[in-house]
Each structure stands twice: as structure tokens, then as C-alpha cells.
Design a protein around this ligand. Structure first.
Ligand code: ZN
Length: 342
């Protein structure tokens, strides 16, 4: 077995607040005099039984954590640490999702909030060697006109250079909002050349995936893990060649599946889906990027050759430059050619 932290990969599903280290959260809460739900600092803050609808608990804790990020220095620190942690796990390309709305009041508005993240991403890329693209994510909990405002802001910073915006997403509770009403925002993002990377098909099933496909024209799907519950919808995902950002630990923590072995990772890969594993919110799920590959190995029996294929999928599904892709893919070949340890 080869060391999964040395396997070059791309990380395409990680949220800004959710990437925070637990120690950092504790420190920021202390500095700002905020009392956190103590469970947030526990070993396992979230795991709920399957079917117990972990979302509301998740949302409460996520909001509490986000409330601790209230200065430019805090924001810069999160980006720097996310990049450093990704680098330690073999990620050569990070696409970090941020909704600047919550931080805007502390730094003078939406534009500075995003520009701080972009500038911090440039610095973190230089410091760690991890190439970072930013995904601006709108929230389903807000009005679709807010999503358009964010799309226009994202469009202004569109590009594939260091610390530029590469994509536009839609996150938060899938059961809220009407997917079709966000089509206008995605059209703005699309015209600016941004990737469409909305969430869909985690809390809700294939009918939701279909709505997202119809209205938001995704280049990748955040989760989409339940597409296979309707063979016709999975066929559309395959036909349209939409990679799925599958986050097994997130699925289990939110009660979508009973255990890591119940996530239909093997079935999706066998069906021909392009899967990019992601950690989603390691702060709450206590499971980082390498842990997702470990789940594939230990709960689904993926061989090192199959794990290398998962890493290749993550790289080719990313918006990395051709040179970065080639470098990372060559690294995957070298990993597989190296002698297994133990
Ligand atoms: Zn997510």
C-alpha cells in the first residue's frame, strides 16, 4: 500500500469556513469573546444516525464557526491554513469555495471580502506551491437577486491565474430555494467563462440533480452522489460528462448514508462517472482530503491503481492549467510506479 498523502490530487470541494482547523476556531472564538457550542471543539461534533437529518445541527454549528471569522487577518489565516493543509495531503490544486456575504460587514463590503480571499490565495499559492482557484458560491437561503450580485462580482475577477475566480457555485440546504430561480445568476457566471459548480443530489435525490442539470448547466456537480438512484438521471450525468465532487465523510455525517461503505462510490465509478473526492467541511466532519481516499481504499476496496484513477479524475475535472495538469498527472504515474511500503 502506498502513502495516500503522497498521491498527487486536486481538491475541488472545500468550503472556506469549513476548512478551518479546530485549534484556529478555538483561538478566534477566544480572541473575539465568542462562546462556541462546546460540541464544536469535541472529537466528533456532527455524526448523526442515517435518516436523522443532520442538516440543522450542521447549519447551527457552521453558523457559529463562521461568526468567529470577523477580520481581514482571520480571513487571510483561513486561506493560508487551508492551502498548507492541502499541501500536506498531496493536493496540488485547490478550488476553494467562498460566499463572501457573511464576512462583508467586517471588512467594508462584498468586494473587499472577495478581494481579501483572492489576495490571500495568491500569497498561499506562492507559499505552498498549491495552485488555488476560488469558487464564489451563492446561498440557496438568500434571494436569487443576491446570487446575481455575487455572480457579477465573481465575473469581474474571472480568470485562471493565481487567486482568480474560476467558478460559481450554489450551496447551503438543497431543500431551500427554487433551483430554476438561480438560472439568471449562473447565466452571468457562464458568460464570464466561469465554471458552473452548484451543489445538488446530496440531501435530495435524482430529481434534484435533474433540476440542477436543466437550469444551472453544471460543469461539475457538488456531490451528485445520489444520481444513481435513477438510472435515467445517471445516464444524463454521464452523457453530459459532468464530474461528481463526491464527499463520503460529509454524506455520512449528514445522515445521507449509514456508513462510509454505504456511499455508492464504487457503483458510480463502475458506471463510468468521473469522481473527484472532496472533504467539504473538515472542521465539522473531522475528515480531511486523504481520509476520503482512505475510505475508498478501506471501505470500498479500491486498489492503488484505482485510487490513482480517482486522483487523475480529480485533476482532469479541475480548472487547472494544462501545465499543472500534466505535472500532477505525471506525479500520479510516479506514485503508482513507486514501491508500495509495508
Ligand atoms: Zn459543500
Amino acid at each position: 500500500m502506498r502513502d495516500l498523502a503522497l498521491l498527487p490530487k486536486a481538491h475541488l470541494h472545500l468550503h472556506f469556513t469549513g476548512s478551518m482547523r479546530v485549534d484556529t476556531l478555538a483561538e478566534l472564538a477566544d480572541r473575539h469573546g465568542i462562546r462556541l457550542p462546546h460540541v464544536l471543539l469535541d472529537d466528533d461534533p456532527l455524526v448523526v444516525p442515517a435518516g436523522a437529518r443532520g442538516w440543522f445541527r450542521f447549519q447551527r454549528m457552521y453558523d457559529a464557526a463562521r461568526a468567529c471569522v470577523r477580520s481581514e487577518a482571520d480571513m487571510r489565516r483561513l486561506v493560508a491554513e487551508a492551502a498548507a493543509d492541502d499541501a500536506a495531503e498531496g493536493s496540488g490544486r485547490l478550488e476553494l469555495q467562498v460566499d463572501p456575504t457573511s464576512y462583508a460587514p467586517f471588512v467594508g463590503g462584498l468586494t473587499p471580502a472577495l478581494e481579501i480571499v483572492l489576495d490571500a490565495a495568491r500569497e498561499a499559492q506562492a507559499a505552498t506551491g498549491v495552485e488555488i482557484g476560488v469558487v464564489v458560491a451563492a446561498s440557496r437561503m438568500r434571494h436569487p437577486l443576491d446570487a446575481r450580485t455575487l455572480a457579477r462580482l465573481a465575473a469581474k475577477h474571472a480568470g485562471d491565474g493565481p487567486g482568480q475566480v474560476v467558478g460559481f457555485g450554489l450551496s447551503n440546504d438543497e431543500r431551500r430555494g427554487t433551483t430554476a430561480e438561480f438560472a439568471g445568476a449562473f447565466a452571468i457566471a457562464h458568460r464570464a467563462g466561469l465554471l458552473s459548480v452548484p451543489h445538488g443530489g446530496e440531501l435530495l435525490g435524482p430529481e434534484h440533480v435533474e433540476q440542477v442539470l436543466d437550469h444551472l448547466r453544471p460543469d461539475r456537480l457538488g456531490h451528485g452522489v445520489r444520481s444513481g438512484e435513477d438510472p435515467r438521471v445517471l445516464e444524463r450525468v454521464l452523457q453530459d460528462d459532468v464530474p461528481l465532487e463526491v464527499c463520503p465523510a460529509s454524506n455520512v455525517s449528514l445522515g445521507v448514508y449509514a456508513g462510509p461503505g454505504d456511499v455508492p462510490l464504487r457503483a458510480l465509478v463502475d458506471a463510468g462517472a468521473r469522481v473527484a473526492l472532496g472533504a467539504d467541511d473538515p472542521l465539522l466532519f473531522r475528515s480531511r482530503l486523504v481520509d476520503q481516499y482512505r475510505i475508498a481504499r478501506e471501505a470500498h476496496g479500491f486498489t492503488d491503481a484505482e485510487l490513482a484513477d480517482l486522483a487523475r479524475s480529480s485533476i482532469t475535472a479541475s480548472a487547472a492549467s494544462p501545465a499543472t495538469r500534466a505535472r500532477l498527472l505525471a506525479g500520479v504515474d510516479a506514485w503508482l510506479a513507486s514501491a508500495p511500503a509495508g
